[in-house]
Design a protein around this ligand. Sequence first.
Ligand SMILES: [Zn+2]
Length: 101
Amino acid sequence: MSVNSESLRKVDCNACTEAAVFPLSGLYIRDCLECSARALANGPLYWESRALHRLTSEYRAVLQRLWGANWRDGHQAVRCWRERIEQARTALPCKDYKAGV
Ligand SMILES: [Zn+2]
């Protein structure tokens, strides 16, 4: 059975609901493609590919296992989550926190 990422984004997933508001959430639900994309965005396979400026065979194999023929969509979802995670990190109010100490 092939599943496309668009249909899975509509699945009611508590972890994705939380991550939509708080991208730094560490909660993942198995068998949810969106959670898988978020997990990959935080994982070493994606980071290695990013550092080498090419998709490693290991990273691509995981994308293909999860997204099948649509693995490029999966990679785009991972990149999107990485961007959201980095934006959330830089938005943390460190100065305000220190000022309150
Ligand atoms: Zn999810």
